[in-house]
Design a protein around this ligand. Sequence first.
Ligand code: CO
Length: 518
Amino acid sequence: MTIAPSRPEPGNTEATSSTAAAAPGYDRADWASAFRNVGTELTAVPLAAASGTIPSELSGSLYRNGPGRLERGGQWVHHPFDGDGMITAVRFESGAACLSNRFVRTEGWLAEEKAGKVLYRGVFGSQKPGGPLANAFDLRLKNIANTHVVRLGEKLLALWEASSPHSLDPVSLETEGVDLLDGVLAGGEAFSAHPRFDPGHHGQERMVTFGVKAGPRSTIRLMEFDASSGDGAGQLVADQKRSFNGFAFLHDFAITPNWAVFLQNAMSFNPLGFVLGWKGAAQCLGSKPGESGQFWLIPRSGEGEPLQISAPEGFVFHHLNAFEDPTAGAAGQVVVDSIFYDDFPSIGPGVDFRAVDFDTLPIGQLKRCRIDLASGEVSTELLEERCCEFAMVNPRRVGLEARYAWMAVTEQERGNAPLQAIEKLDLSTGERRTWSAAPRGFVSEPVMVPRPLPEAATADSPSVEPSEDDGWILCVVWNGARCASDLVILNAADLSEQAVLPMPLALPHGLHGSWAAA
Ligand code: CO
């Protein structure tokens, strides 16, 4: 395997004080070439570094999820979010890496594989063959398990927010089936694809997550699971339900030690087009211009009433993090950092996603909202003007004030474009660094992996708290020159390139993933 000639040289980083690029730094055909079916399933294939070396301390597995099948029987999905979930795993040990990938054997995937044609409609507008008549009144959901993949105890869970998780073998990636988490979930119950991992705010690592039952009045079920590696791993430790007026569209949330923070966008839902067969369910969502959304703060203790507070205008899919600032205001503040769009970005009927005009899409910008708990007032600050998505902090800082954020950004500093660079943002000084895969590379969500902590400290030799940016960034990059995917390892502190591992795999632009330490 050879490295693409266009790959930036190792150490190609810059402190981004330079001005915006004048012309688009990418070729649309390179970006669109990633939209394809994954044609192979690999088992523990060793990966060689085309440049650099794999850090020997990196010990564990990177799991990625995303749509792996975008076409069947000549029929393309209307939106890539409707593609069947395919899990990629890269396992690291002693400076070596190996790659496996498997489609999630969902009921829908198995049935369509057997039939050789599309049998289900997709939430984002993909249709069965035969036009509206063939689609009308078919309101079955195909659980495509394509959004996120996380470890919970011994289980590896592929998540899709509208229905049950699927569990997979963490090593072989073979699908074990729909998993109701030891009876915690009812069959088909919504289960978010955005759990948050509490690093130990209450003395124990937890996976905090939720499910939404949406309607004119919506109910959020907030669940907390033991996410330690101990005996109780995977067990439910807290569970509550809270109802709010309005149709809830909640993809993500954030946590602090005391609060679960939701941002309810100002959205309407008119299911007529879905029922009549010419729209997907998500295409029936509309923003309500001029109306603002609401923060819903649910006390994690289950005691006391939730708070409902007006949010700034805009649409949010993803949050970076949240934390509590007890010193601000009379009763403290909850601070939440989110990626705001001016409007709900959707692809209407009759538009080919591969031909989408980036200039017409709203851009995502990172903003900080300080919610004053006494007055209910919210102040907003723009943290990053450059179009960004998929932001995260060091996993040990989830729910706490974090110094640094890592995110996928556009190569150009203004306007919209495909995501081609990784940015590290210092949230206290505003200082930025970027690593770029442009012009022919396209990044996905960066996953920050902290360097493993030293052996348990003793009273005689207390361990030094490691710097928050001590670790690595792992990122799957679409290499347009090679028409295949690379795994890129960066130093999290300065974004210098540690290694590039070309993969014998072509992965469509993906969604979310996570790191599971060995
Ligand atoms: Co998401």
